[in-house]
Design a protein around this ligand. Structure first.
Ligand code: DSN
Length: 475
């Protein structure tokens, strides 16, 4: 026997700071950026130390193609327990009965999860309908310009988008019902990337029943709010529900697919035939994820989902989710009092879309000014925009700041900072309203603007650094 005296290279056991100081330093700087800035990207959050520890654990070492109890590799006794625990917690977090719903926790992220659902249920080139990207939909619901299929969803499936009403900013359900009857899609997707109002899942259900479509709810943005019951619940109406796990749910970067099982809902049972029909999604979806689209699941992420879901089931999380929505509403109210315009006039959720058209500005210019001032947001299309490349809005979200303990009064201060930054953007723009984004960025460096932006950044960083941050102390 040997081995007791064996040595492995020291870089296999040294802390990161020692074995790779360059990477350590980059991560440390990113951590500082996150602490010192105001993180307002609606799809981001700060996950917990427990999730980070699980992500950085030995679970990353293991291959486990297959599902609990049926794997293509040995050594999966513990991994099976981890995946089963994650599935159980997922059903508990959303109040689901295991006889009616199942869940696949292996999708690597949201786009693969949605693509797996289409691949599971549809033949190539079958028809689907999703909210148009410029109207607040998501790429993975299918997006094509008149000359190019942008998302691969549009390459492999035929997508007809539905739209929001450009006056109200609200989904036009009547138009969706009309076009669905003509287009006869196999799947209708109720999901958003930038839409601040509750989705009316009952209307989606009715439209799906009228045309015989499956209702897929992509609740990625709002899943934490759904679990806390502070926004509309898709599970009462949908056949399949997908979600990422790192947004308002505050877990690791991953995704889940919930699917109905057991006898079909009455609305979709064939009325001319008294036999009970059963849902057949489970096998199809599981096979679409593996072996259809993915190989080995990321067990560290699956473990991280379980840790996040345990937190989601707590009273603290419910309070958190309620505060996320209160903060978004406060942000809108304070900025509206200062004269700003929001698409749909407000929010029911964690996000709000500022329409910059009344100010003669566009999203790219304001995103950059806010970024330099340490407020991180993203430019976004507003209803009526022709191109996603030159959008006229800014999307704000409150999940990340709320995790750091921001309350309404703090958000009022954040709105004051945003207003000051936008005023600087207006001043730069007014020197030549037709200037390109490139020229605008160059002009931001002129002394009279750069100095104001520096001052604002310093104030914002001092303010933000006072709030606690979850995760590790150092990186
Ligand atoms: N990228 C995410 C968002 O920002 O909405 C969705 O995948």
């Amino acid at each position: 026997m040997s081995g007791g005296d064996s040595k492995i290279p020291s870089f296999l056991t040294e802390p990161l700071a020692q074995c790779d100081p360059e990477m350590y330093e980059l991560i440390r700087k990113e951590k500082q950026r996150q602490i010192r800035g105001l993180e307002m990207i609606a799809s981001e959050n700060f996950t917990s130390r427990g999730v980070l520890e699980t992500l950085g654990s030995c679970l990353t070492n293991k291959y486990s193609e297959g599902y609990p109890g049926v794997r293509y590799y040995g050594g999966n006794e513990i991994i099976d327990q981890i995946e089963t625990l994650t599935q159980k917690r997922a059903l508990v977090a959303f109040g689901l009965d295991e006889n009616e719903w199942g869940v696949n926790v292996q999708p690597l992220s949201g786009c693969p999860a949605n693509f797996a659902v289409y691949s599971a249920l549809l033949e190539p080139h079958s028809r689907i309908m999703g909210l148009d990207l410029p109207d607040g939909g998501h790429l993975s619901h299918g997006y094509a310009t008149p000359t190019k299929k942008i998302s691969f969803t549009s390459v492999y499936f035929e997508n007809m988008p539905y739209k929001v009403n450009t006056q109200t900013g609200l989904i036009d359900y009547e138009e969706l019902a009309r076009t669905a009857k003509l287009f006869r899609p196999k799947i209708i997707i109720a999901g958003i990337s930038c839409y601040s109002r509750n989705l009316e899942y009952d209307k989606f259900r009715q439209i799906c029943d009228d045309v015989g479509a499956v209702l897929l709810a992509d609740m990625a943005h709002v899943s934490g709010l759904v679990a806390a019951k502070v926004v509309a619940d898709p599970f009462a109406y949908a056949d399949i529900v997908t979600t990422t796990t790192h947004k308002s749910l505050r877990g690791p970067r991953a995704a889940m697919i919930f699917y109905r099982k057991g006898p079909k809902r009455p609305q979709v049972t064939n009325k001319t035939d008294n036999s009970v029909q059963m849902y057949d999604y489970e096998k199809k979806i599981n096979e679409a994820i593996f072996p259809g689209l993915q190989g080995g699941p990321h067990n560290n992420a699956i473990g991280g989902i379980a840790v996040a879901l345990k937190q989601v089931a707590s009273d603290e999380f419910k309070t958190y989710a309620q505060q996320v929505v209160k903060n978004a509403k406060q942000l809108v109210t304070t900025l509206q009092e200062k004269g700003y315009t929001f698409v749909s006039g407000g929010t029911d959720t964690h996000l709000a879309l500022l329409d910059l058209r009344p100010l003669g500005l566009d999203g790219a210019k304001v995103e950059r000014v806010l970024e330099v001032a340490a407020i991180t947001v993203n430019k976004n299309t507003c209803p009526g925009d022709k191109s996603a490349l030159k959008p006229s809005g800014i999307r704000f979200g409150t999940p990340a700041l709320t995790t750091r303990g921001f309350k309404e009064n703090d958000i009022i201060q954040v709105a004051i900072f945003i207003d000051r930054a936008v005023q600087i953007a207006r001043n730069i723009n007014e020197s030549n309203p037709n200037q390109t984004v490139k020229d605008f960025k160059a002009n931001m460096k002129l002394d009279q603007y750069a100095q104001k932006l520096d001052e604002l950044k310093e104030e914002i960083e001092t303010f933000a650094a006072k709030f606690p941050m979850p995760g590790y102390e150092s990186i």
